[in-house]
Design a binder for this molecule. Structure first.
Ligand code: ZN
Length: 464
């Protein structure tokens, strides 16, 4: 911002470059991710894909993919900004057979999508700056919207009240999926949004579906706390800056709950024999970041561990769940070392490898509080390599921070089957993509123009 003298601004950088404190500081820094692994380092953790054996052989017949898009609009060109964020999240389910037909054509057009079964779209809007519910402050507006509009008023099956996503959050938190005495006894602890006193949120009536279990009264200040407050996103927003920082977290939370609503549906309809036949593909890593991390490792991870233990008991894989990374440190690393992984091989990095070559030597354990999957690098052929997250292959007797020190391919229940399906789904049209991901992406993405333009006009009209 050069108010007085445009020339002056052109030499101001000199002060920075010549400042010894700045120079000294930069001298103390190091760049991460530069080192390339030696052949020997990766050899021990690389193995041929053809050697992978599934624990139980079962045929995956269906693929379920979840992806979302969002678009922020500012409806006031003058001061102050008034922003809303629109969401469009889709779940697409189809049979592997149908996909094979699509694959042969190598094109994705609407008629192909029409052949595929079951696309559900979910839409909602969240005010993110200078727009509130009447008579409410901004934080309360966000909390109420998140609770009512995002989770309570969206259903897996429209018309079936029990399929509301709010119930899935409770189902996971209270551990309603357990078949032991502990069923329904799960809980989460978090600070009351008003008085900040830590509260224990647990089931209050025997039937978790009851509305009374959606919220509780703070033991200290007696204000209402919603189950959705357990995501802690309201702690990242304020009246002035609004909620623009949490736009992507809102989507992650919804995507995860949408995915686990499918599990809940199959459990409650007594149809878990379907689970081994389904591959769930999430666009992005199997993790939840920032304030969502508590939910990731206290709620989601135990559920996956439960499914893993149950799978071992029943000798069938109830959890075929993967995430596909599009960006981030691991994708960068793969680009860097691709040629070092022999074709037809998989590299399963352990914690030492990650610290040495990817994340830097942190005191913290990568993924300890955020992940419910394990990362690996897959290199099938020259044009097909990717970073794959696979649901954690260990039960509750093992801790993530210990497992990640030395993950083992043979612990995964159905990796061979999953990889076979993924290789079939490879999509040449889009760089390093897979057909179901490309499709669902196409169906939910909100373009900058014209979607943004139309949503802005729509918002102005409705809010006038
Ligand atoms: Zn309170």
């Amino acid at each position: 911002m050069a108010y007085f003298n445009e020339k002056a601004s052109k030499i101001n950088h000199q002060y920075i470059i010549e400042n010894p404190k700045v120079k000294a500081y930069l001298n103390k820094c190091e760049k991460i991710g530069q080192n390339l692994p030696l052949e020997v380092d990766s050899q021990a953790i690389t193995l041929p894909i053809r050697n992978i054996q599934d624990k139980f052989s079962f045929c995956i017949e269906r693929v379920i993919t979840i992806d979302g898009g969002y678009q922020e609009v500012n409806i006031n060109e003058n001061f102050p900004s008034q922003r809303l964020c629109y969401y469009n999240i889709g779940i697409l389910m189809f049979s592997v057979k149908d996909l094979e037909a699509v694959e042969i054509q190598q094109t994705i057009n609407p008629s192909d999508i029409g052949k595929l079964e079951n696309l559900e779209r979910f839409n909602f809007v969240v005010p993110t700056q200078n727009i509130r519910l009447k008579n409410e402050d901004f934080i309360t507006t966000f909390r109420k919207t998140f609770y009512e509009e995002v989770f309570t008023k969206n259903y897996l099956n429209e018309g079936n009240k029990n399929s509301s996503f709010i119930h899935t959050i409770k189902w996971l938190v209270f551990q309603e999926y357990l078949d032991s005495d502990s069923r329904g006894k799960g809980f989460v602890k978090f600070a009351c949004p008003h008085c900040k006193k830590i509260q224990k949120f647990q089931r209050q009536t025997p039937n978790y579906l009851d509305e009374q279990n959606n919220f509780m009264e703070c033991s200290e200040c007696k204000s209402i706390i919603y189950i959705t407050d357990c995501f802690d996103l309201h702690t990242l927003i304020d009246e002035i800056n609004g909620a623009t920082l949490i736009e992507s977290y809102i989507m992650s939370a919804f995507e995860i709950i949408l995915m686990f609503s499918m599990f809940r549906f199959l459990f409650e309809e007594d149809n878990i024999q379907w689970l081994p036949k389904i591959l769930f593909i999430k666009d992005g890593p199997l993790a939840l970041f920032s304030r969502l991390d508590d939910f990731a490792f206290k709620v989601v991870r135990p559920f996956i561990q439960f499914l893993y233990a149950k799978s071992l008991r029943d000798k069938i894989s109830y959890v075929n769940l993967v995430g596909l990374d599009k960006s981030g440190m691991f994708v960068e690393h793969l680009k860097n070392i691709e040629s070092k992984i022999p074709l037809g091989n998989i590299l399963l990095p352990n914690l030492d490898y990650m610290k040495k070559y990817i994340t830097g030597n942190n005191a913290s354990v990568f993924g300890e509080n955020t992940y419910f999957g394990i990362k690996m690098f897959v290199r099938k052929e020259k044009e097909l390599s990717f970073v794959l997250d696979v649901a954690i292959p260990f039960d509750e007797s093992v801790k993530y921070k210990d497992y990640i020190k030395q993950p083992k391919i043979e612990d995964f229940l159905s990796l061979k089957n999953i990889l076979e399906i993924l290789f079939q789904l490879k999509c040449d049209l889009y760089d390093k993509s897979f057909i179901p991901i490309a499709m669902v992406n196409k169906l939910v993405s909100l373009s900058n123009i014209p979607s943004k333009k139309i949503l802005t006009i729509f918002s102005r009209d409705k809010l006038s």
